[in-house]
Design a protein. Structure first.
Length: 53
């Protein structure tokens, strides 16, 4: 094989490995259940209102 074919095969294999790793991370994060928003107490509310004003 010439060098171009070897580079194409190696980069293709790396691309497939990255895609599989991405799918596993998404599966792991998705299996944690429904996202619950963080509670906002009075201190956080004051900080947020101060920053927005």
């Amino acid at each position: 094989m010439d060098r171009g074919k070897i580079v194409a095969i190696v980069t293709g294999a790396i691309s497939v490995l990255i895609a599989i790793a991405y799918l596993l991370v998404v599966l792991l994060l998705d299996s944690r259940g429904e996202m619950i928003p963080a509670p906002i107490d009075q201190i956080s509310y004051r900080i947020i209102s101060y920053v927005l004003l």
